[in-house]
Design a binder for this molecule. Structure first.
Ligand code: NOJ
Ligand code: CA
Length: 562
């Protein structure tokens, strides 16, 4: 008889991971933007062996899972969200064998892996799109995408005045009187999800990665796949007016047919034990988010509400309440996030003046100007970021962290125009600087080539002050942001329990203090106000900044027990 008992810690970890179908509910998930994480072969681009080499760092940090942004073959017209082949690894990042090695090493360290899946559009280099361009109008090859005849007297005008999310027209001429739709860059033609072959191919892709041990999927623009392109097309202004429509009838976003698409995905996820999980990136009205989070659909959906909020007690409280109520309806779990590869890092955002009530615009005004230093209070930004993160890590639900935030890394605002990569910058010349500032390769060491990122430079320039935020510098400083994250993530492991919290009222009656209790006597208290307040009774477990004479200072969070 074969002895099937685990013989090594790695096997034990893998066995534990294999058992828990609910692991995602309270997971701390660390997002890796692979080209900017760690470069093992010294070509200036982060790669999969680089990630594998840094797994001990992730394990020490204490995250439960990694979400890996696209690592597929890509010309990088949009940072890898332009996928040439959904079932391979970009040769610049490694091989499928490197991928397998990375998965095994992550699992051996007790860390799960979520990969990004980009179903709304392929790249223009995908073999399907090349075939579509080479095939005639009306062909099966063209039906996999969204081609349309040109408009105007001689058919040379785009079919509508729709704008792409990165600026400019959403239609690109195919060269034979037809145009194809691209909601994002022209190198990202939108796929036709009414086409059975497209649907089946994605099911094959999901199985391909699930079979390789992937634990889940982050679904890019999950609310965009289904479209109604019935002629005549509505105008851009009409679509803008329909933005708040929540009955599933907008021609481009959040349509009813998505339920059917994701029900098919769910059936694939449930073929596995434990079932594979998914989290939807869906920038929809908060009241519509539940559709994607249903157990019959993707199961979880990002809530970007805190990411959009100012550092304000009332805003935070309302957001927490709304989301807890929402998951009570769906049976999902919450998804808290302050930073990702698309937004200004929160250590910088919180150092900027509040945006006056423009949802989704936090930090954008500053970005438009390329970020003049005079508008930024960096120390305040970091202090608030640490307080906000500690609050978030005490909330019920999963916490999505973006690489570098554990270092309190600020946005890099002054990347020279010639070195920028984001299509947002190129398609809105002089208007938006884009997202490169949060994608600069991580500093691992205080000095040396690209601050330890790799042996020969970094694909986006790192500023001279990066060394002070390096893993090496912060590892040596017990008061660093890195140590705060490590402590909080370790303590969080003890914080289990239902999707609930109980608000407490501070005895001083201060409205700008948020104090809540979790099962087991855990308490988190954040002072959003200007002056210090008394701490409640209890053992202080961790604070985001030093206490002042035993009191909780401005812009500080403390965790207590008992
Ligand atoms: C959302 C991704 O997060 C972003 O980086 C990308 O540009 C768009 N989707 C298009 O894929
Ligand atoms: Ca490399």
């Amino acid at each position: 008889m074969t002895d099937t008992r685990p013989t090594t810690l790695a096997q034990e970890n893998a066995a534990i991971l294999a058992k828990d179908p609910n692991w995602w509910r309270q997971a701390a998930v660390y997002q890796i933007y692979p080209r900017s994480f760690a470069d093992a072969n010294g070509d200036g681009i982060g790669d999969l062996p680089g990630i594998t080499s840094r797994i001990p760092y992730l394990a020490e940090l204490g995250v439960d899972a990694v979400w890996l942004s696209p690592f597929y073959p890509s010309a990088l017209a949009d940072g890898g969200y332009d996928v040439d082949d959904y079932r391979d690894v970009d040769p610049k990042l490694g091989t499928l064998a490197d991928f397998d090695e990375m998965v095994a090493a992550l699992h051996a360290s007790g860390i799960r892996l979520i990969v990004d899946i980009v179903p709304n559009h392929s790249s223009n280099r995908h073999r399907w799109f090349q075939e579509a361009l080479a095939s005639p109008k009306g062909s099966a090859a063209r039906d996999r995408y969204l081609f349309h005849d040109g408009a105007g007297p001689d058919g040379t005008e785009p079919p509508s005045d729709w704008k792409s999310m990165f600026g400019g027209s959403a239609w690109e001429p195919a060269g034979d009187g037809q145009f194809y739709l691209h909601l994002f860059a022209p190198e990202q033609p939108d796929l036709n999800w009414a086409n059975r072959e497209v649907r089946d191919d994605f099911l094959t892709t999901l199985r391909f990665w699930a079979d390789r041990g992937v634990d889940g999927f982050r679904v890019d623009v999950a609310h965009a796949l289904a479209k109604d392109l019935t002629y005549p097309l509505r105008s851009h202004d009409e679509l803008e007016e329909m933005k708040l429509v929540t009955d599933g009838s907008h021609p481009l976003w959040d349509r009813e047919e998505l339920d059917e698409i994701y029900a098919e995905w769910r059936a694939v996820f449930d073929e596995y034990d434990p079932p594979r999980i998914a989290v939807a990136e869906a920038w929809v009205e908060p009241s519509r988010r539940y559709r994607y989070a249903l157990p019959t659909s993707l199961g979880q959906a990002f809530n970007f509400d805190l990411l959009r909020a100012n550092f304000d007690a009332d805003e935070f409280r309302a957001i927490v309440d709304h989301n807890i109520q929402s998951v009570a309806v769906t049976g999902s779990s919450n998804t808290w996030v302050f930073s990702n590869h698309d937004v200004v890092r929160h250590a910088t955002r919180y150092g900027l003046a509040d945006d006056p009530g423009q949802e989704g615009e936090v930090g954008k005004r500053w970005l438009l100007h390329g970020g003049p230093a005079s508008e930024l209070d960096a120390a305040l930004g970091l202090r608030r970021a640490r307080a906000a993160t500690l609050l978030m890590l005490a909330l019920p639900g999963s916490a999505y962290l973006y690489q570098g935030e554990e270092l309190g890394l600020p946005e890099v605002a002054d990347i020279p125009d010639a070195e920028r990569q984001d299509p947002t910058f190129f398609r809105s010349p002089g208007v938006e600087v884009g997202r490169d500032g949060c994608r600069v390769p991580l500093p691992w060491t205080t000095a040396g080539s690209s601050f330890g990122f790799g042996a020969d430079g970094a694909h986006l320039p790192q500023p001279s002050w990066f060394g002070a935020f390096s893993v090496e510098a912060e590892g040596a400083d017990p008061d660093s942001t890195l140590h705060l994250y490590r402590r909080a993530l370790a303590l969080r492991r003890e914080l289990q329990g239902a999707e609930e919290l109980t608000w407490r009222r501070h005895p001083s009656g201060a409205d700008d203090v948020l104090w809540f209790e979790r099962p087991g006597g855990w308490q988190s208290i954040t002072n959003f106000g200007a002056s210090s307040v008394d701490l409640p009774e209890g053992e202080v477990l961790v604070t985001s900044a030093p206490l002042e004479d035993g009191r909780l200072p401005s812009a500080t969070t403390a965790w207590l027990r008992g």
